[in-house]
Design a protein around this ligand. Structure first.
Ligand code: GAL
Length: 683
């Protein structure tokens, strides 16, 4: 399955934005408050420009205090109140947090860990995704809500569950895993082949012997673990889909979604994307870490990729501090605004927060909200109001695309397989590699689409796969075609190692691509502390640490070579230029960030890719074009300035800043964490 299947449905966000422009809102949890507070809430929402609230995410015990006894009057009032104030409702099914009665009456609805501990209520997300009772009760409450509110004109979106990600190892899940395996592998013989069960005498001769990877004495079969991760993601998707289908029966045409979490390890979102009417993402950048903005930008580009390039929605972000880090540095008012604008710049048609009003009870009392404990007369809430007004002025970006000629390939199965214990080194981690190759693209203001390895890559001049350890046979032709049709393909270390079953591909690596990159390898070489010396006109001479590979040049070129030691003379960066203009690159080392940047810049030159805007002159200023609007975001806490002629091109053009609704020209100051949203005025 590729991300492109079913993407037309993402156009559905426009059913909301056509009416109200960019969406601005929050999770609203009125069940924690007296109805008098609800009225104050909606008045404050109006004043702040809030036009969307997510209601009911954790209200199961309030909605159904006893099995089958529903109390919905309060929700009727809440939904009507929002609708009367022109605030759209994103109504949630409350199924992430079952009430205590469910797990007490039916203990099998509670998840079991890999070491056999059955989880208790008292927190949230303690359900077993395969428990028939859980699923039946979850569907019942979803059906009751859908029947009651499906035709309500104020309910404009549905939100199923919350941040799916739980994994369970109980007997129900073992049965469901076996059914999933039968579907994938057909016969037990094929399962034995795929899992390589000749190793350590693991051969199965009855399906009932096949188990999820529960606690075991030593390393567990890697393909069993890989298939179990695939299964666990699909099982959660099945839960989402069955509730979505019930909602669709009662609310045809109203978009249904759930909140994703970016690079969330347990869930393969490429498989989820076709089933989401709107891609909605939860984004929690760390305001204490100035470098985290790059990771957040990458997460936004992933969300846009999941939406097939169409607009997506930030479903949750913090307004100030979170309460789940050990030391919760709050965002400043400027960061609240800047983070929200970064998402809009990268394709979001809405910016929502967790949560509207700060809770005074429960585990998240110290999490920030749009209305703090101290109330609306606070710096934070004033920033919320001001931001609502400027989002309303960004209507020209609604629906607009972010242009990109560069693709970054990301694959969950490969990520899972590459980090399986029992590999050559635990120092080669997938997300840091993705970031290392993305960072120079971000720094150069290059538009990047994040895509799955099976995507149609024909629109891209440069395709970067920072780490594609596992390569599905089905994806090989599409990746090869990049070079064959004259594009540039850059592969990072430890790529092209296994097939889809995580079986090592024999021969020289990167096995399916060695001829494209003009060289090949025979040994992965985790390095001792001193590392190896490398000579390179491209990277500059220096040291490589942690990871190298024993490569040789076949019919390409070496752009960096080991100097001394056992790997003396081995190339670490390979390139082959093909007739027709295509280039294949392979980096067989964990290069320092400068080295990765030099390689990426050379690939951009080879592909003829420049930023969608002019020169990005200042590394602190993130420049992103979306449609006709150029966003300049000062990611630093220092004052900066933007030379419009350099950044935006078209010297002397009359520019207008949508955020302040003023004309700007020449050198425009950007305060710490400041932002501009520039549009060229017609002369
Ligand atoms: C999210 C979750 C919210 C809230 C928030 C706090 O992961 O969906 O319910 O817990 O984190 O940051």
């Amino acid at each position: 399955m590729t991300a492109s299947a079913g993407l037309a449905s993402h156009a559905r966000l426009s059913r909301l934005t056509d009416d109200v422009g960019l969406l601005y809102g929050a999770d609203w949890n009125p069940e924690q408050w007296h109805p008098d507070v609800w009225r104050e809430d909606v008045a404050l929402m109006r004043a702040a420009g809030v036009n969307l609230v997510t209601v009911g995410v954790f209200s199961w015990a309030t909605l159904e205090p006893r099995p089958g006894r529903y109390e919905l009057d309060w929700l009727d009032r809440v939904v009507d109140l929002a609708a009367d104030h022109g605030i759209l409702v994103d109504l949630a099914t409350p199924t992430a947090s079952p009430p205590p009665w469910l797990g007490t009456r039916w203990p099998g609805t509670r998840a079991v860990t890999a070491d056999g501990v059955r989880l208790s209520h008292g927190s949230r997300n303690h359900f077993c995704p395969s428990s028939p009772h859980y699923r039946e009760r979850a569907l019942s409450v979803a059906r009751v809500l859908a029947a009651r509110y499906g035709a309500h004109p104020g309910v404009r979106m549905w939100h199923v569950g919350n941040e799916y990600g739980q994994v369970c190892f109980c007997e129900h899940c073992a049965d469901a895993f076996r059914a999933w395996l039968r579907e994938r592998h057909g016969t037990l013989d094929e399962l034995n082949r795929a899992w390589g069960t000749t190793f350590w005498s693991q051969r199965y001769d009855e399906w009932t012997q096949v188990l999820p990877p529960r606690a075991a004495p030593y390393l567990i079969n890697p393909t069993q673990r890989l298939d179990h991760r695939r299964f666990a993601s699909d099982q959660l998707l099945a839960l989402y889909r069955e509730q979505r289908d019930v909602i669709r029966e009662h609310a045809p045409g109203v978009p249904v979604t759930t909140n994703l979490m970016g690079f969330h390890h347990p869930t393969d979102y490429w498989r989820w994307a076709p089933h989401l009417d709107v891609v909605a993402d939860d984004v929690y950048g760390d305001p204490a870490d100035p470098a985290d903005v790059v990771r957040v930008a990458l997460q936004h580009d992933l969300a846009r990729g999941l939406a097939g390039g169409r607009p997506w929605l930030v479903m949750e972000q913090a307004a100030g501090a979170v309460s789940w880090r050990p030391h919760n540095v709050p965002k400043t008012a400027a960061q609240l605004r800047l983070d929200s604008l970064r998402a809009v710049a990268r394709g979001a048609d809405g910016s929502c927060f967790f949560q509207w009003r700060a809770s005074v009870v429960g585990a998240e009392r110290f999490h920030s909200a749009l209305v703090p404990h101290a109330g609306p007369d606070t710096a934070l809430h004033r920033a919320v109001v001001a931001h609502g007004a400027e989002l309303a002025r960004l209507r020209p970006v609604v629906g607009a695309r972010v242009p990109a000629r560069t693709a970054l390939v990301v694959d969950w199965a490969s990520w899972w397989a590459a980090e399986e214990p029992g590999g050559p080194s635990d120092r080669l981690r997938v997300l840091p590699q993705l970031l290392a190759y993305y960072r120079p693209l971000w720094a150069a203001g290059i538009g990047v689409d994040v895509v799955p390895p099976g995507a149609d890559l024909d629109a891209y001049d440069l395709v970067v796969a920072p780490q594609l350890f596992l390569v599905d046979d089905a994806h090989v032709p599409g990746l090869r075609r990049v070079v064959e049709r004259g594009g540039v393909l850059l592969l990072g270390p430890f790529s092209g190692v296994t097939d889809q079953d995580a079986h090592v591909r024999t021969g020289r690596f990167p096995a399916p691509f060695a001829d494209l990159v003009g060289g090949s390898g025979e040994e992965h070489v985790p390095l001792a502390a001193a590392g190896v010396r490398v000579r390179s006109a491209l990277l500059g001479d220096g040291q490589v640490h942690d990871w190298a590979e024993r490569l040789r040049v076949d019919d390409g070129e070496a752009l960096a070579t080991v100097d001394g030691g056992d790997l003396d003379g081995c190339p670490l960066v390979l390139r082959r230029r093909h007739t027709g203009g295509g280039e294949g690159w392979y980096v067989g080392a964990l290069l320092a960030q400068d080295g990765v940047a030099a390689v990426v810049r050379a690939c951009l030159d080879a592909a003829g890719v420049a930023g969608p805007v002019g020169v990005r002159a200042d590394p602190d200023v993130e420049v992103v074009r979306r449609g006709d609007v150029v966003f300049c975001l000062n990611a630093s806490d220092r004052p900066r300035a933007v030379e419009l002629d350099t950044v935006c091109g078209t010297p002397g053009a009359p520019w207008h800043d949508l955020l302040t609704d003023t004309a700007v020209a020449g050198r425009v100051p950007l305060p710490p964490h400041g932002a501009l949203a520039l549009i060229e005025r017609t002369r």
